[in-house]
Design a protein around this ligand. Structure first.
Ligand code: PLP
Length: 374
């Protein structure tokens, strides 16, 4: 059951109710096209991470531009995407417990599904459920290539796990996931490059070892918006799992490129639209978008194309703006676009994307997997 959309196709931007999640369609499509072109040029496949958008309508546009499928982080997220018509999903995460594993195996009968493991017990649970259902599940080993989140250590521990998958009835070993989560937001280009070079080396050495033992990796998958250039040109990775590039949040905008400038390859396309609902003084205004409209763990949002206006304070349903009177005035009822600090958890707070071009609402897309965190 969806909450009503804050807009209908055909109305103008300033008629959209607030807070609303706006997608600038020109910028968004440029981002999609640009990444598709870069992947094609580098000769790697795209499997964009759908945790950024949780929307079949957007996944479909990525697939139309050549993506082989998408990633999801949770079984329920994958279910929502499959139910809305997406046919190929990698659950780029570890799944534990009979209930989730049963749902995953069930889903793999309806779509092309693969999943990551980093422990023999996950292998046992998946194999048990797959055998019982008389089906086969594709399994990738997640290798810890430096991010120190999930993943087995490269080399021997990965080999032992690959042999266990190979021996397990109902499972098919299909390769490695080597995603360096920490490197994505490392600000300096050289440091991102160094961290990723080390990840590439670990993925490569592990794949070689497995190959020597008769377990070739069909696919090596990984990379995010901060590092994908390195993985794409490594000659080792087959698939890129980039997610945030479609929207570019305020946090990603702080990464620096090769020449030390803020990255500019992708444009901000995701905004939280908000209304000024109170003007307590000439230097202060209050908007209607706070913690329930966007996530703050990566800092305050930036006010889009408005110099002299800063978002400086937050509450559940309030945002406090500081106004530099020399440059800006803000009136009751004004509407502003905010660039959220972190796109993924912000999207998860909304039910609808409102796609806008030339100040007109052109599309309203449901966020199918909103709340699908289980
Ligand atoms: C989040 C995530 C990505 C995508 O990262 P972005 O920084 O959003 O591009 C890719 N792979 C995995 C496993 C992730 O968790």
């Amino acid at each position: 059951m969806h909450v009503p959309a804050p807009a209908e196709v055909g109305i103008s931007l300033d008629e959209v109710d607030t807070p609303a999640l706006i997608v600038d369609l020109d910028a968004f499509e440029k981002n999609l096209d640009h990444m598709a072109l870069l992947a094609k040029k580098a000769g790697v496949l795209l499997r964009p991470h759908a945790k950024a958008h949780k929307s079949a309508a957007i996944a479909q546009q990525q697939i139309e531009r050549g993506a082989v499928g998408v990633c999801a982080q949770k079984v329920s997220e994958a279910e929502a995407l499959v139910n809305a018509g997406i046919q190929n999903v990698l659950i780029s995460n570890e799944i534990v417990g009979a209930k989730k594993v049963d749902r995953l195996v069930d889903l793999s009968r309806r779509a092309t599904i693969s999943v990551c493991v980093d422990h023999i017990e996950q292998v046992r649970q998946l194999s048990f459920a797959a055998q019982r259902e008389g089906t086969e599940v594709s399994v990738l080993i997640e290798v810890n290539v430096g991010g120190d989140r999930c993943g087995v250590l490269p080399g021997q521990p990965a080999l032992a796990l690959a042999q266990a998958i190979d021996d397990a009835p109902g499972l098919r070993f299909s390769g490695l996931q080597a995603y360096h989560n920490n490197a994505q937001h490392t600000r300096l280009y050289v440091e991102r490059g160094d961290a990723t070079a080390s990840a590439i080396e670990k993925a490569s050495a592990t794949a070689t070892l497995l190959g020597q033992h008769g377990l070739p990796c069909e696919v090596i998958t990984g990379a995010g918006t901060g590092t994908f250039t390195f993985e794409a040109n490594s000659g080792i990775y087959d698939e890129l799992q980039v997610g945030s590039y479609i929207f570019m949040d305020a946090d990603y905008a702080q990464n620096l490129d090769r020449s030390g400038e803020p990255v500019s390859e992708f444009q901000h396309s995701l905004f939280v639209y908000t209304t000024v609902m109170s003007v307590p003084s000439s230097t202060k205004a209050v908007v209607d978008a706070g913690i329930k409209s966007m996530s703050f763990e990566c800092g305050f949002p930036r006010v889009h194309q408005a110099s002299g206006i800063e978002y400086v304070g937050r509450a559940d349903e309030h945002g406090v703006l500081e106004i530099d009177q020399q440059v800006a005035t803000v009136n009751l009822g004004d509407k502003l676009l905010l660039i959220p600090g972190h796109c993924d958890p912000t999207v998860n707070l909304h039910e609808w994307f409102v796609g806008v071009r030339d100040n007109k609402v052109e599309a309203v897309w449901p966020i199918d997997a909103r709340g699908m965190i289980f």
